[in-house]
Design a protein around this ligand. Sequence first.
Ligand code: HCA
Ligand code: CU
Length: 378
Amino acid sequence: MPFEAYSIIESTLREGEQYSTATFNTAQKLEIAGLLDQFGVEMIEMTSPCASPQSEADIRAVCDSGLQAHILTHIRCNRDDAARALDTGVDGLDIVIGTSPQLMQHSHGKSIRQIIDLAAEVMRYIREQKPDIILRFSTEDTFRSRESDLLRVYLAVADLGMVDRLGVADTVGVALPTQVFKMVEQLVRLTGLHIEFHGHNDSGCAIANACAALEAGATHIDTTVLGIGERNGITPLGGLVARLYTIRKSYVSKYNLKLLPVLDKLIADTCGIDIPFNNYVTGSSAFMHKAGIHAKAVLADPTTYEILKPEDFGLTREIAIGHRLTGWNSIRDRAQTLGLSLDDDTVRDITRTIKQKADVAPLSLQEVDALLHSAAGQ
Ligand code: HCA
Ligand code: CU
């Protein structure tokens, strides 16, 4: 079954570092990697050692910190980058080279033939140096590449018998779930290798595309905490977890879900941003119920309007009551919470008062409570 044996390649320390306000120092990288490891991600991808001296030192620091997760680094398809990356002691290398006409022309200027030859040379070199390293080969901008070019490259690399995984990357966030499904399904069928999906969110499909990749047989999905990355980022860890949880909770039971809010907050604070109000699981309104009809049903049985259980993530639901859409069931529930015994007619009267007042301006919880206390004479 596709969803039962997948791994997360958590790339907050690589793709995430490409987010506009992300600059993690060594201590922060160690903290983030440690928390991701406790959460249970299987692999952590880090910025290339070629990026800067500090990037190289930080890979070594994370490798030395004794985490369960495999530590990977991300490099261009060339021998020098590979040599520097091998020297850091990482468990795996993620190699990428552009295959779309745009990137072939403006990024590296190589033809498909040259890409295949270079990939073969680099893979051979890596395997000679470290036969056991986890090796992935990916094309960049897969979904704007010519299908015939892609198949030539992937089949040639697969035939070398040297890679553990092939990656497909929706670098510009252009792919539809159906396209991702077809591409992944084809690669699984033709190569029998593990397949990784990396998807950007420019047009809002990053989570759906990751899910489509898994449905088609992908084994690895790239995420970042809060989805941070180049431009508006990639598949968010929390969003992927929410998506898979709602298909079947057991698909995410291998992860320590209660750490998700801690991770989201850590990255938001470190990057100097807020968690978006509508974020999956951890947005301030993710478990907020407002309209009287919703609140009534949720108070009777939360599954009426909740597909995720806040308790599973160490969170609580909230019922907003001081507004004009409120209902008397919510107000009665609040009175009970405060330990006040009010008859139904009184609760209905207070509800009418709240609605009238809220037509002018919403009431705070304290103001609602004051009305309830005064009606109860307490
Ligand atoms: C990049 C591009 C990349 C690579 C993805 C991958 C993309 O910043 O190097 O190697 O899986 O989106 O194509 O992030
Ligand atoms: Cu990317």
